[in-house]
Design a protein around this ligand. Structure first.
Ligand SMILES: Nc1ncnc2c1ncn2[C@@H]1O[C@H](COP(=O)(O)OP(=O)(O)O)[C@@H](O)[C@H]1O
Ligand SMILES: Nc1ccn([C@@H]2O[C@H](COP(=O)(O)O)[C@@H](O)[C@H]2O)c(=O)n1
Length: 216
């Protein structure tokens, strides 16, 4: 790893496998130690394509688990800029309207960048941007139960819409794209976002990497 560029760590795996919880736990437990320029999180979901030109019913039909739903070229370009220590304008995505907001947020590179999302290892150009690749191998039935609970509360969905979407796209795309991408992972984590030993191992590696100097 080059001491002058940020280290980019991907945390991938099925929807509701605990990627967000895992990334935020590591971030929150290290932020005081590493500082605001030490560690940050970027989400692949921010790169869902803008669908403001489509009606709401058309947006509801989109397959959000196919790589084509994401603007992966833009994310790849942004990750390259991060490795050059350049700031990027990250889109802001809304799960309730299924599209992007008009505004973006400025993301300033930090020494460690955690990038979480479902299809981050499915695309070679994207995969090549990651220094460490982590896959959350949570059983699919557990993911489904957690997704139902989360989507009802946080994403304005009904049990019927979550279960239909699961059968029509989430599950088939998992088998087609996500599960095969596990082969690219350096570290496979069982038991989800609360696996304490896995959190401590990643934190130790991040602490070690953070001791290397970064030239801005
Ligand atoms: N090990 C766990 N035990 C209990 N709840 C969990 C665990 N891991 C994740 N969750 C919960 O499951 C839901 C989905 O987790 P999340 O981290 O958002 O998954 P992802 O980012 O992979 O979609 C969240 O409500 C989260 O708090
Ligand atoms: N408008 C959208 C966009 C995405 N999804 C689902 O989100 C999942 C990915 O996010 P996670 O936090 O769960 O990893 C993905 O499986 C999409 O089906 C959606 O429902 N609506």
């Amino acid at each position: 790893m080059n001491a002058n560029k940020p280290t980019i760590i991907t945390i991938t795996g099925p929807s509701a496998s605990g990627k967000t919880l895992f990334a935020h736990t590591i971030h929150d437990e290290l932020i005081d130690e590493l500082g605001e320029d030490g560690i940050s999180i970027l989400s692949e979901d921010a790169y869902y394509r803008d669908q403001s030109h489509l009606s709401m019913s058309e947006r509801e039909q989109t397959n959000y688990d196919n790589p084509s739903a994401f603007e992966h070229d833009l994310l790849t370009e942004h990750l390259k800029k991060i490795t050059e220590n350049k700031s990027i304008d990250v889109p802001i995505y809304c799960y309730k309207t299924h599209t992007r907001l008009n505004e973006t947020r400025v993301f300033t590179p930090t020494k460690i960048v955690l990038v979480e999302g479902i299809l981050l290892l499915s695309n070679k150009a994207l995969r090549d941007q990651f220094d460490i690749k982590v896959y959350m191998d949570t059983p699919l039935d557990i993911c489904l139960v957690r997704r139902i609970k989360r989507d009802l509360i946080e994403r304005n969905r009904s049990v019927e819409s979550v279960t239909n979407q699961y059968l029509e796209t989430v599950r088939p795309m998992y088998y087609q794209f996500i599960e095969p991408s596990k082969a690219w992972a350096d570290i496979v984590i069982t038991r989800g976002g609360k696996n304490r030993m896995a959190i401590e191992v990643l934190k130790a590696k991040i602490r070690q990497l953070s001791k290397l100097p970064l030239q801005k």
